[in-house]
Design a binder for this molecule. Structure first.
Ligand SMILES: [Zn+2]
Length: 818
């Protein structure tokens, strides 16, 4: 059944370290194996059900009918996005991985039926994006009036996911039914886009086509696909066809000139993964192409340095901002408003793993491990059927995993990813590979997880309770020979998790130990322990990594993290969640740096986790400080009980704690924002329909650019008239409001104080009237704009703001006084 690539010792010189595919690695541990099984038995079937329910397959059926291939009752194209096709692709990919590990006849047949439908939806020349084939004008904002018209149409993103999925299905089953669909589509893409006359000169828009074409090249050996991937990488930032440069999609300058990671975080991760693939393949080509590949690798290293030393969350997440789903400036690492999309963490794993394969350096695997055990796993519930889109590092209880999303990129992505985790445990470097040990064939043990692996003629077995325990035994079960085994010494054993000054451990780790067949070795603390010998069946390596609880502090430039510590044990980042604290809250506590912390396994909690217990101090509302205790749980397991308070960065001083403030008029109000721009100055005609968060949480802004607190913003609105309103159940007597306007730079629309604004109150007959005898409506930055007016009794207040020409805006906080 399996057609997985089997590595041979005689592979000879190769520029790159090779992955040991997940099909050759079987985990039977207490940590990953249950997650992978839940993914197979719950997440994958439930994701297929959601695809069915939300009309994802109906869209393919309708396209098939429009191609004259099929009959269906489906009348209309469904869903809100031009990239909805990728959801089924991702789930098929995850299901293929699951199939490769454990054959399931029913699943195999189901996939064939779905693939058959997708094949029928493909246009005769290979084109495949259903909303375009179905001429869905409701979505024409995405795709325009004809195929390939708009750079942000996601048609190439659809192609990329189609190819990735088809390659996975082919590798898992050996069947070509889906691969042939992908090849036909890739042929069209490579014919349509390129540097030659008559072709479209444009990069991918939302990357993934680069990675996907490299995969297709590896499977088929057809050079056109490598050339296509290289073209999309080369074309990025050139704007050859006259489109505007865009930081949002890393299309602001050529990759060779980039040195800071910016824009949409998933796009960045996918793009640089694709660049890494292209760079690696070019290096194998030799000559001029090899030099080009090396240049790309250097650019990636520069961008990576910026990401890992200034923009990486301690959970391995990337992307600090909701607006534009992407990066903010250096050191913007706000916990509460952190975006850290699940897909971005997965993209970060893809990119870092490729960087490792290209160099053999363990620092990239440190990022992979950090993202894997924390941000990626947080993306899915322990039950396997609820998902996070964004993964903040702090919550007031407003976050709760959902079964599915209108924009459903994350559930499908985490579903396909979890199934592939065993593939990250080992790697193999042939003679002369970058980072391999001299002339020795080299096995990399990058992650520790109990299970077996077939690598070349060898079979290895790992026995460990990692990540709960640091004792690891690696046995040679079969085969042997002269080669090097490299065991990764994780970043969490060192002075700083990432080898830079973004995060630092406050304490020193205990010593680790290693022996081979009972004989102690004394290697230096390098990135890898290399053991080079003639291995034979029965040899045993014993590695003992100290699982101390370690306190982490952040670089002082990360303003939101000042006075706080994060707790880590092994690769697992911990958090406080309300349920585990005596008084159900977390923000009013601090942990002294000297306080002892006990770690122990709780088998009945959250499916069995190590928890951290210790003494803490509780700041009372009066300011008194009393003794209390705290319990921390793995961050990846938060929100598996109920929505409640949670924090990763815990106060280390009374100053850094936060009290739950007493209720106010504002905090008791329901908040609303208008969905669309108001066409005239009569706000009573505007619909009041969407919830607007953050403005009444009584969290004092530090300045108008303080995005560390929740706030309301009018994304993609420029120069329009927008409103926000408060509604009370009972009439309130009010005579003053204080408004703190949002004002900060963003690549995806600048947010500025408005040009002007007006305050309205709701009269008894439900109409809106401007307040009388009011002070001037000011628009000052970095302070509250206070306006007193003739007192009114009302059930509602509304701010109508006219945004500055060409600019957006928002409100950080809005107080109401009687
Ligand atoms: Zn996503």
């Amino acid at each position: 059944m399996l057609t997985a690539v089997v590595l041979l010792w005689t592979a000879g010189a190769s520029a790159q370290i090779k992955e040991v595919p997940f099909t050759q690695v079987h985990l039977n541990d207490g940590f990953w194996a249950p997650r992978i099984e839940v993914n197979r038995t719950v997440s994958i079937p439930s994701a297929f059900r959601e695809c069915e329910k939300s009309g994802r397959f109906d869209n393919f059926a309708l396209a098939a009918q429009n191609n004259g291939n099929y009959k269906t009752d489906v009348k209309e194209h469904q869903g809100d996005f031009s990239f909805d096709d990728t959801d089924p692709y991702k789930v098929i990919e995850g299901a293929s991985y699951a199939l490769a590990v454990k054959y399931d006849k029913q699943l195999d047949h189901y996939l064939d039926s779905v693939i058959n439908l997708i094949a029928l939806a493909q246009e005769p020349d290979g084109y495949l994006t259903t909303c375009v084939t179905n001429k869905c004008t409701r979505l024409s904002g995405w795709w325009g009036t004809h195929r390939w018209e708009k750079i942000n149409s996601h048609e190439l993103y659809n192609s990329g996911h189609l190819i990735e999925s088809a390659v996975a299905h082919y590798r898992a089953t050996g069947k070509k039914n889906f691969l042939n669909v992908a090849i036909k589509n890739a042929d069209l893409v490579c014919k349509t886009f390129g540097p030659n006359e008559g072709q479209i000169h444009r990069p991918g828009g939302h990357p993934i086509i680069e990675m996907a074409l490299c995969k297709l090249y590896k499977v088929t050996g057809d050079k056109r696909y490598l050339e296509g991937a290289k073209y999309f990488v080369d074309e990025t930032g050139r704007c050859t066809d006259g489109h505007a440069p865009s930081m949002y999609s890393q299309d602001h300058k050529p990759i060779l000139q980039q040195d800071e990671i910016v824009g949409h975080a998933v796009r960045a991760g996918y793009l640089y993964s694709g660049v890494a693939d292209v760079a690696a393949l070019l290096k194998v080509e030799g000559g001029k192409l090899k030099v080009e590949g090396e240049k790309y690798q250097e650019a990636l290293e520069r961008i990576w340095q910026n990401m890992s030393s200034k923009k990486l969350f301690i959970t391995g997440g990337i992307g600090s901002r909701a607006q534009g789903e992407g990066f903010g400036p250096n050191y913007e690492l706000n916990s509460h408003t952190a975006y850290c999309e699940t897909c971005a963490a997965i993209a970060n794993v893809y990119w870092n793993y490729r960087m490792f394969l290209a160099t053999g350096e363990s620092k990239y695997m440190d990022v992979v491990e950090r993202a894997l055990y924390n941000n990626v796993l947080s993306g899915v519930s322990l039950s396997g059927d609820k998902f996070f889109y964004d993964n903040p590092l702090e919550s007031d209880g407003e976050h709760d995993r959902q079964r599915w999303f209108g924009c459903a990129c994350c559930p499908g992505n985490v579903t396909r990813f979890i199934a592939s985790v065993p593939g990250y445990v080992y790697a193999y470097g042939a003679n002369g590979a970058y980072g391999a040990y001299g002339n020795m064939p080299t096995i990399y043990v990058n992650l520790y997880a109990q299970g077996t692996a077939k690598i070349g003629n060898m079979e290895l077995e790992q026995i460990t309770q990692y990540p709960w325990d640091g004792k690891i035994q690696i046995k040679v079960v079969k085969g042997g020979g002269k080669f090097a085994i490299k065991l990764r010494l994780p970043g969490w054993l060192k002075a700083s998790p990432l080898g830079n000054n973004l995060y630092t451990y406050l304490d020193k780790a205990s010593n680790y130990s290693i022996s081979v067949n009972g004989q102690q070795l004394y290697p230096e603390l390098h990135d890898y322990i290399t053991i080079n010998r003639k291995w034979k069946k029965g040899d045993v390596i014993e590695l003992n990594l100290p699982m101390d609880v370690r306190r982490i502090v952040a670089n002082d430039n990360a303003e939101d993290l000042r006075g706080k510590v994060a707790l880590e044990r092994g690769p697992v980042v911990f958090c406080l969640e309300g349920s585990d604290q005596q008084d159900g809250t977390v923000f009013n506590k601090y942990i002294l740096n000297a306080a002892a912390i006990d770690a122990h396994f709780e088998k009945d909690l959250l499916g069995g986790v190590v928890v951290l217990d210790g003494k803490a101090k509780l700041v009372e509302p009066s300011g008194d400080i009393n003794d209390t205790r705290f319990r921390a749980i793995p961050y990846s397991t938060w929100n598996n009980r109920k929505p409640q308070q949670m924090e990763v960065w815990i106060a280390a001083t009374p100053m850094a704690t936060r009290q739950t403030p007493p209720t106010t008029l504002a905090s008791q109000a329901q908040t609303f924002s208008n969905r669309g721009p108001i066409q005239n100055d009569a706000p009573e005609t505007a619909p009041v329909d969407s919830w607007a968060g953050g403005v009444n949480d009584q969290w004092e802004p530090k300045r108008s650019s303080d995005t560390s607190k929740p706030y309301h913003y009018w994304w993609l609105k420029r120069g329009t008239q927008e409103s926000i309103s408060y509604k009370w159940k009972e009439s309130q007597q009010v005579k003053n409001v204080q408004v703190y306007w949002l004002d900060f730079d963003h690549y995806d629309g600048d947010f500025r104080v408005p040009a002007s604004w007006v305050l309205y109150y709701e009269t008894e007959d439900g109409t809106w009237r401007e307040v009388e005898d009011h002070e001037p409506y000011t628009v000052r930055k970095d302070c509250y704009n206070s306006v007193s007016f003739k007192p009114v009794k009302t059930k509602g207040l509304k701010i109508v703001a006219k945004l500055q020409k060409g600019l957006s805006g928002g409100v950080l906080e809005w107080k109401v006084n009687e």
